[in-house]
Structures are given as structure tokens and as C-alpha cells.
Design a protein around this ligand. Structure first.
Ligand SMILES: Cc1cc2nc3c(=O)[nH]c(=O)nc-3n(C[C@H](O)[C@H](O)[C@H](O)COP(=O)(O)OP(=O)(O)OC[C@H]3O[C@@H](n4cnc5c(N)ncnc54)[C@H](O)[C@@H]3O)c2cc1C
Length: 402
């Protein structure tokens, strides 16, 4: 496989360090709040204890909701409701960035919860299709059905009851994807842990084969921290080409590294993870290269905060003579993170969609804690956010008229 050219050879002229563009949608107060947050979660002690204290205070009904909302929730979430999320999406769109609506409640536990989640996603599709500010609607399988049924299905150990649960989940997913296809609204199926991902892959493939006939409506997600994913991408390319269907791929590195390695060790099976970060990076970039060179058959949503990977994809598109706004390429970052990538790419004409989670405060807590954890554990993540915010605050101080 030919390697990407080095970044220095990139003909795009992209400058991801332009903080005026990156933070144009934020007020100085927003930036100061962001700075406080990233400072706090950059301190391991606060990052460990803070979320637990916030969780307890919210659950005990202590009068902290307003503060939690302003300093934590609003940094990473679009709102408590779909309407609030749409208002945030409209604001981002004013600066050229679209959104992915993500009803961010965690794994549901009963039929009522699964049906409620399905209804939320259907409603998001209904409003999204009429709005240019929304690029995608996200779907998480564990919100739509019983996680134990998924695990049992993957092991090939389904009881009659598990089978009924699994079928109900598959039907909810099909209802959503069918509705998305009738509304021509693309949807992204999130990837989860490897012990259920086999079944998610299978369901996602079925949905893509059913609904991606003329345009990419359904996207599966490939986590490149898994050492088997590049081969899977090649398998999918061949299969979808043969069946004359478009393949939609959200490409990510993967969010469950420690959990995956821990479980593999505890249960005594070889880890499905790459041996190190460099191997994950190489696999991500190789997969991106493969997709960019097959854009007639594959649509890409590059879900990453990695600057190098974004520059490599943009550079490869330019070298192949593709316009930045190629309909089959979207860059995607999480709301509240890596605005320097999102807004600078958008300013140059690339499609960018922020993952915009929304939902009630109590229910989005696990999502928020993962963001806090991620900003502590990923080397340099919170310090990079802080450096850019500081740079922008300094720039605004200098350019402020007396
Ligand atoms: C829009 C969007 C959607 C997403 N959707 C999903 C999803 O559906 N499912 C999901 O699992 N994740 C998802 N993620 C999270 C994603 O998988 C990453 O965890 C996160 O984005 C960090 O990776 P990066 O490419 O942004 O940056 P980087 O900081 O360059 O990479 C960090 C990542 O590298 C990998 N890594 C780190 N250390 C090692 C190591 N020692 N060995 C091997 N690999 C290592 C891990 O995957 C880690 O998360 C999404 C992210 C975004 C931005």
C-alpha cells in the first residue's frame, strides 16, 4: 500500500493553529470557562474525584445543576433536549460547521428505555433531514437493545429469550435505518466493545446493503486500534463492490483500549488491540488512504482529533485533485474538543460535523465523565486545548480596542 506523503508536502495550505477562526463562535466568557474546565481535568486528582462529586451532588438534588451546566455540560453537550441541540447546531453552522445529533443516553436496561431511545433517534432524523446544519444522526446499538443478547449472539449462545431480544433490537435498528433512507438522512452506527462488535458489524452490514443503493445512508464504524480492522475494511470494500452498494465508514481509533486489554488479560485471550499507539496511527492512516482512493465506492467520516491524520487526508484529497467539499468526505470531532481542527477545516471548505451529544443532565453524566477521563489520559489532549484557548485569549486581549 502506498504511504501518504509527509505533511510538509501537503498542498492544502491548512493552518490548524489559527485560533481566531477556531474560536470565533465562542465568547471570551465561554473561553474562560473552557480554560477553567481543562485546567481542572488536567489535574489527575481533580479529574478522578471531580466527576464523582458532581454526580453525587446532582443525584442528591443539591443546588449545583446551574453551575454544572455552565462549567461542564455546556462545554461538551449541545443541550438537554433536541430543540436545544438544534439551537447549538444552528450556531455552529453559522461558522460553516455541521453537526451529528447524538442522543447521548447510555446503555438502556429495558424495553421501555430501548423504545424511548428509538423514538428519540427517529425524531432527530425527522428534524435533521430538513436542516442543512445537521450532517448525521448517531445510533448506539446498546441504546436500542439488550447488551446481553448481543454478547450471547456473538458467542453463538442465544437462548430463546435472548433471540427474541436480539430480534427486537435488529427490528428497532431496521426501523431507524429505513426511516433514514426514506428521508435521505445519513446515520452513523457507533462502534462499541469487541465482545459485542461482531454482531454490531453484522447488523451494520445488513443495513448498508439494504439502504446504501444510491447514496451512503448508513455508515458503520471501524476502530483502528484493533489489529484486524484493516483486513476487515478490505473485505468490506470487496463485498460491497461485488454487491454494487456504497460503503459508509466512520473511521476512528477506538475508545475502549484499557477496558479491552484488561478483559483480554483477565479472561486469558490474546488482546484484539494493536501493540502500540504507532501501530494504531499507521492503521488509521492506511485505512484513510484506502478510502480516499476509493471514494467512488466508499464514503468517509473521519472521527478524529489527530491533527496529523486530518492533514494527511486533506493532503491526499488535494493530491488526487479532489475538491475539499467532496460529498464523500466529512471530518468529525466531538463538540467541545479540537475546535482548531474543525473550524479551520471548515473555513477551507471541507465538510466538518461536530458530534453533538444531548440529553438530560443525569443521563449524559457517563458521557461527560468519559470526556473528562479522556482529556486526562490521552497524552497532551487537555494541555493542547489549554494552550490554544490561552493563545486565543491573549490574541483577543491584544486586539481589543482601548
Ligand atoms: C466524531 C467521533 C466519533 C467517535 N465515535 C466512536 C465510536 O463510535 N466508537 C469508539 O470506540 N470511539 C469513537 N470515538 C473515539 C475515538 O475512537 C478515539 O478514542 C478518540 O477520538 C481519540 O483518538 P484520536 O484519533 O482522536 O486521537 P489520538 O489522540 O491520536 O489517539 C488516541 C487513541 O489512540 C489509540 N491508542 C492510544 N494508545 C494506544 C496504545 N498504547 N496502543 C494502541 N492504541 C493506542 C486509542 O484508540 C486512543 O483513543 C469517536 C471520536 C470522534 C471524534
Amino acid at each position: 500500500m502506498p504511504a501518504f506523503l509527509p505533511e510538509t508536502a501537503s498542498p492544502t495550505g491548512l493552518n490548524l493553529e489559527d485560533t481566531a477562526t477556531a474560536f470565533a463562535y465562542k465568547t471570551t466568557t465561554d473561553l474562560q470557562r473552557g480554560r477553567l474546565l481543562f485546567r481542572s481535568i488536567g489535574v489527575p486528582f481533580l479529574a478522578r474525584l471531580g466527576p464523582r462529586m458532581v454526580n453525587t451532588a446532582v443525584r442528591w438534588g443539591l443546588p449545583v445543576r446551574g453551575m454544572v451546566r455552565r462549567y461542564f455540560f455546556d462545554q461538551f453537550c449541545g443541550g438537554y433536549t433536541l430543540e436545544e441541540a438544534l439551537a447549538t447546531a444552528t450556531k455552529l453552522h453559522g461558522f460553516g460547521v455541521q453537526s451529528t445529533l447524538d442522543y447521548a443516553v447510555e446503555a438502556q436496561k429495558n424495553r421501555e428505555g430501548y423504545d424511548r431511545c428509538k423514538q428519540e433517534v427517529l425524531q432527530a432524523i425527522e428534524v435533521a433531514q430538513a436542516r442543512p446544519e445537521v450532517a448525521f444522526v448517531a445510533i448506539k446499538l446498546t441504546g436500542l437493545g439488550n447488551i446481553h443478547a448481543l454478547t450471547a449472539a456473538q458467542r453463538g449462545e442465544l437462548t430463546t429469550m435472548d433471540q427474541a431480544e436480539f430480534d427486537a433490537m435488529a427490528m428497532r435498528l431496521d426501523e431507524i435505518c429505513h426511516y433514514a433512507a426514506t428521508r435521505r438522512q445519513p446515520v452513523l452506527i457507533d462502534a462499541e466493545e469487541s465482545w459485542i462488535q461482531g454482531m454490531i458489524d453484522k447488523l451494520a452490514e445488513d443495513m448498508m446493503l439494504a439502504y446504501n443503493e444510491t447514496s451512503p445512508i448508513v455508515y458503520t464504524t471501524l476502530q483502528m486500534y484493533r489489529h484486524d480492522r484493516l483486513a476487515y475494511l478490505h473485505y468490506l470494500t470487496e463485498k460491497f463492490t461485488r454487491q454494487n452498494r456504497l460503503l459508509g465508514v466512520k473511521l476512528v481509533r477506538g475508545a475502549y483500549l484499557e477496558k479491552e486489554n484488561r478483559r483480554a488479560q483477565e479472561k486469558g485471550y490474546p488482546t484484539p488491540m494493536q501493540p502500540n499507539k504507532a501501530a494504531t496511527d499507521a492503521a488509521f492512516n492506511a485505512a484513510a488512504h484506502h478510502i480516499v482512493t476509493h471514494l467512488d465506492r466508499i464514503a468517509l467520516c473521519a472521527g478524529t482529533h489527530n491533527e496529523q491524520s486530518c492533514l494527511l487526508i486533506a493532503g491526499e484529497m488535494a493530491r488526487m485533485g479532489m475538491a475539499p467539499n467532496h460529498p464523500h468526505v466529512t471530518f468529525s470531532q466531538l463538540y467541545g474538543m479540537s475546535d482548531h481542527i474543525s473550524f479551520n477545516l471548515a473555513a477551507r471548505g471541507y465538510h466538518v460535523a461536530k458530534y453533538l451529544p444531548y440529553g438530560p443532565l443525569e443521563e449524559t453524566m457517563p458521557y461527560l465523565f468519559r470526556r473528562a477521563e479522556e482529556n486526562t489520559s490521552i497524552a497532551g489532549q487537555s494541555s493542547r486545548e489549554l494552550r490554544l484557548i490561552d493563545q486565543e485569549l491573549k490574541r483577543r486581549r491584544k486586539t481589543r480596542k482601548p
